[in-house]
Ligand binder design. Structure first.
Ligand code: RIB
Ligand code: CA
Length: 314
């Protein structure tokens, strides 16, 4: 089967790290052309260092390009303590062997996409600043983009505010540019990602198992259950993994095509993604595909299986 060309745009971030790990575990199906970083969970310096650390830890030689350090217009934000001071649950990975390939993610994205014979799928799992700049500054890339499978938005209320999911809230103008681009989009919003993750027991077993990848990810994910930075519980969503899981196992999701209107106001509604969920109103397939349901048990089974597979690959 032909591999799918992908570029992952991320702000690692614990769940970003799980998503990157899941992608590398599936390198037999995915041609990872590069990883670009964007400020979000932590500063651009920290998330870029984290991307280099993670790829070096797995002894992979994937091109990494540093992206935007702040939103298009809004003030910089951060994920606060949700991902720890270092952005990786304070798991302090070794210093990277890999060097930064480019300090300009936008030109890296353009050059990489235009150099491919086949189209490229973009997998943004942080604020959409880089992607918005890419399609505005270099619109010629649009015909070479197969799909944008993004983690962001929500149809059931927010996590950063009562109405807005963090990635869209952080840079709503960028999100509006991407959703208004009419490029093929699959939106993994909180609607599905809050039900896509692992149980506390899964994480404890991972962290004690001694696997190179699963041991690290277990310790990282355990951070979510330790602090009081997120509501305590027995289940942790792994938001960003959804955007990749859809590419490999679309059958475990349900969806609806609908317009997605990003609120760019200043107030409480900032970053709200308004969608039309009236099932008697039909939208054609040129509108974004908004994921509405996920088979949680299948998601968990596939993710665990592939992360354990990664242990034997690194
Ligand atoms: O709202 C969840 C998103 O915000 C995820 O991408 C997580 O990494 C944070 O960036
Ligand atoms: Ca993220």
């Amino acid at each position: 089967m032909k591999k799918r060309n992908i570029i992952i745009d991320c702000d690692p971030g614990i769940d970003d790290t799980v998503a990157l790990s899941f992608a590398i575990a599936n390198e037999d199906k995915l041609n990872i052309l590069g990883i670009t970083t964007v400020a979000g969970n932590q500063t651009i310096e920290k998330v870029t260092l984290n991307a280099l650390r993670i790829v070096s830890y797995y002894k992979r030689n994937i091109k990494i390009a540093m992206g935007q350090g702040r939103p298009l217009i809004r003030e910089k934000s951060s994920g606060g303590s949700i991902h720890g001071e270092d952005g990786l649950g304070d798991c302090s990975l070794p210093e990277p062997a890999l060097k930064l390939y480019s300090d300009n993610a936008i030109t890296f994205l353009r050059d990489t996409i235009m150099a491919q014979d086949e189209k490229v799928t973009l997998v943004p799992v942080g604020p959409l600043t880089n992607i918005a700049l890419l399609i505005k500054v270099f619109p010629e890339v649009k015909e070479k983009i197969e799909l944008i499978s993004l983690m962001g938005g929500s149809t059931i209320g927010g996590n950063r505010t009562p109405y807005a999911e963090y990635n869209v809230w952080a840079d709503p103008e960028a999100a509006r540019i991407v959703f208004d681009s009419r490029l093929p989009i699959v939106m993994s919003g909180l609607t599905v990602t809050l039900s896509a993750g692992l149980y506390k027991d899964d994480v404890e077993i991972l962290s004690r198992g001694g696997g190179k990848a699963t041991g690290l990810l277990g310790r990282m994910l355990d951070y979510y259950f330790r602090g009081d930075h997120v509501k305590k519980g027995t289940f942790t969503p792994i938001h960003d993994a959804c955007a990749l899981m859809y590419l490999l196992y679309p059958q475990i999701f349900e969806f609806r095509h609908t317009e997605v209107l990003v609120d760019c106001s200043e107030g409480l509604n900032r970053g709200n993604t308004a969608v039309d969920m009236r099932d008697w109103v039909k939208y054609d397939t040129t509108y974004p595909k908004v994921l509405t349901k996920v088979d949680t048990e299948k998601f968990r089974e596939i993710l665990l299986n592939d992360l354990y597979k990664l242990d034997g690959m690194v």
